[in-house]
Design a protein. Structure first.
Length: 451
């Protein structure tokens, strides 16, 4: 086989071997390596496999054609394969560069702490560019944060810094240190680091602007809440206080001229207005707690029938001429809730239904299980709520006129939703069959005791 391979007429195997060598060289060394290997392979083919062998002189015409074709084929194979390899490497570098340049903006939108993001960004640059050390420094909200990544214990090479600038203002820098023996960064790496610094500047500037916008929105919401709270204090608090003062003053000054029934009526008015004032102040405090994220639940397993019985026993005395009916399905499980907070939420919803129910009306409360959800439906026969206002009624201090033309405080449903959402549930409003309003409270059944 060796003799056949070395025979002038049996050059197929050597040609294939030389071409494989060209392909391998182009794969590992790039285009120039492939072309040099093609030239050397051509020279080797002429030297070893054309007559006279072991020289570069060719005597026979067919061998000249064979050698020429081999040289052309070797050069073409080397050039084409090297070009394909280079294109693949450029595509991989382009993908890497795009990933690096999109890393910081994407991470800043994730909500992660900026310190963690800078550490991850520095580590990503270090691994992608083969650096020995990378440090990212950024100024944010009058703070200077540093993200640092180091490679394995290697000697340090050249160091270069790339400023992070946005809107003409310096926001930080990226400091990259190459591995030992590197005197300067290749142009592609330097360009990528500069582009990364520019992208970091834009991303940080956008994050700062977003923070300012959120701050302005929060300030606007705070001012709106203050204005609404002032309106509530001047109206809703002043009204029961005036009634209480009138009743107490009458009892003190006109005791001798008032009969027992009149005194009892005044005392009942004082009691009712005191309860109203207590509920209003409690709602304001609950709203402040929910807005501050300080609503803490003390969960325990409670039967929904216990919650409703306690609430209805307390509320029936205030229901007036409205009938309250309740129906609980037998398959409804106990719920893992804070009984005090949940009682407050249900009471607020029921008070809202009572306020909108006409005299002689009916309020139906039904409780049923649907898969992993328990639904509590409170249905009144009032005027109903227009579809466009069904979300607005859950906003703080939003007032809708009830059937008697009396505005509510605008806090009850807001507090109810905050409590229910904190329990992992939800609340929505639907149209009741035959007219009226249905408030649907959904509570999960799959929350266990985590204490």
């Amino acid at each position: 086989m060796i003799a056949d391979a070395l025979h002038p007429g049996g050059t197929g195997v050597p040609i294939a071997v030389y071409l494989v060598a060209v392909v391998v060289a182009a794969s590992f060394g790039g285009s120039w390596s492939g072309l040099v290997t093609a030239v050397l392979s051509s020279a080797g083919f002429i030297f070893f496999f054309t007559e006279p062998r072991f020289s570069f002189r060719i005597d026979r015409e067919e061998q000249i054609v064979t050698a020429t074709v081999f040289v052309i084929v070797a050069l073409l194979v080397g050039a084409l394969f090297a070009r394909a390899v280079d294109q693949g490497q450029r595509a991989a570098r382009a993908e890497r560069d795009a990933r690096l340049l999109s890393f910081l903006p994407t991470m800043l939108l994730s909500g992660e702490p900026l310190q963690h993001i800078l550490d991850d960004f520095a580590r990503t640059l270090l691994e992608a560019l083969g650096l020995a050390r990378c440090e990212v420094v950024a100024s944010f909200d009058d703070r200077e944060l540093r993200g640092l990544a180091k490679g394995s214990n290697e000697s340090l090479g050249s160091e270069e810094s790339f400023p992070i600038v946005a809107g003409g203002e310096p926001l930080g820098r990226i400091t990259a240190v190459g591995r030992a023996g590197s005197r300067s960064f290749p142009p592609d790496q330097a360009g990528l680091l500069a582009a990364a610094a520019n992208q970091a500047g834009l991303a940080i500037e956008r994050t700062m602007l977003d923070a300012r916008v959120r701050g302005a929105q929060m300030e606007a919401e705070t001012n709106e809440l203050r204005a609404a709270l002032f309106s509530s204090v001047t109206h809703d608090l002043k009204t029961p206080l005036a009634s209480i003062k009138f009743g107490v003053t009458s009892l003190l000054t006109d005791r001798d001229v008032l009969d027992r029934d009149q005194q009892t009526e005044l005392l009942q008015t004082v009691t009712e207005e005191t309860d109203r004032l207590d509920r209003l102040v409690g709602n304001i405090l609950e709203l402040a707690q929910s807005r501050a994220g300080a609503l803490v639940l003390e969960r325990r397993k409670v039967g929904i029938d216990e919650l409703l019985d306690a609430m209805l026993t307390r509320m029936r005395a205030r229901s007036g001429h409205v009938e309250i009916r309740s129906l609980i399905r037998s398959d409804v499980p106990d719920l893992w809730v804070d009984p005090v907070q949940m009682d407050q939420a249900l009471t607020n919803v029921l008070e809202n239904a009572l306020a909108h129910s006409p005299a002689g009306g009916v309020i139906d409360i039904s409780v049923a299980r649907y898969r992993s959800i328990v639904e509590i439906r409170i249905v009144d026969r009032g005027p109903g709520i227009p579809a466009e206002d069904r979300e607005r009624v859950f906003e703080a201090f939003y007032r809708s006129m009830n059937a008697h033309g009396k505005a509510g405080s605008g806090l009850g449903l807001t507090i109810a939703r905050a409590i229910i959402v904190t329990h992992g549930g939800g609340v929505r409003i639907e149209t009741a069959p035959g007219g009226g309003t249905t408030v649907v409270i959904s509570l999960p059944t799959d929350i266990g005791d985590t204490s």
